[in-house]
Design a protein around this ligand. Sequence first.
Ligand code: SAM
Length: 318
Amino acid sequence: MAVDYLRLSLTDRCNLNCVYCTPREKSGYLKHEDLLRHEELARAAAAFVRAGVKKIRLTGGEPLLRKNVVGLVKMLKAIPGLKELALTTNGLLLADLAGPLREAGLDRVNVSLDTLKKDVFRKITGGAGLDKVRSGIAAALSAGFAEVKLNVVLMKGVNDAEAAAFARLSLKLPLNVRFIEFYPTNERSSRLKGALVTTADTKRRIEEELGPLQRVPASAADGPASVYKLRGADGKIGFISGRSDYFCGACNRVRMDCTGRIYPCLFSPATHSLRDLLRAAAPDAALDDCLQKAFLVKSRYKKDSPTAGNIEMSSLGG
Ligand code: SAM
């Protein structure tokens, strides 16, 4: 499958410390000078677009912590040939930024939220801020994005009883609520191994409380999700079954971290880097050559590749 989707991590910093994501109590972050500057990110992104990428999703860490993220969105949106620019955020800073981001050209936004209860929010994220996230979602819904998605990771005995409460949000709001199967990625999250709630379990809980889910045709923006609707709903409900359903064959994505390292697969090590080329002001042809080589090795890796080791979701962005 051709690579046409880049997940671009803007920072390794996050203002939350989710149990299933951050590998440890953060002891330190990358130095400022290690991060690609805005101009370098834009030049790298333009090279990915020349290599066939049509859609870029900004992630992190928490991408809204990046200084002048609105200015960066404007720069990226101006890349000729880029069809869609999206962002995934924990929503803490979204209330003030949703409008400016939309004006700067951001097309879509995903907000990650795993609970509607304050005490559970603190338990999962290690912090407070549920009200801020809810204001962020409201701001995103009124800012005029093509779509607002809610990413929900359910864990057994923690928040799985909230499946129907999340699904219910899609009844009244034009939200696409997506349940993402928990994936143990590092030492800390591996301790939660028994926490997996499968798509089948989540569907069953939703249907028991809210009636049958009706399958709807997935659009390109739904990626690997299978998509449904509750009768009479404004929004949709999607399921990403990374654990219970194998979808490597349909993978069209590649990742770059905030230092310019390229990960052809979430389960591969970084195989190539653009940073030295960018800092040596190498010509476009050298960047293009580096990307071609990175894309070529993609097929060597698969879900659960023995090469995987720790996956730094918290800095690479999922
Ligand atoms: N800070 C941003 C946010 O919260 O959306 C972007 C980065 S976060 C790593 C991106 C997504 O990865 C979130 O939706 C999060 O729930 C998901 N994620 C992180 N670790 C995961 C895991 N072990 N299993 C499944 N999803 C995970």
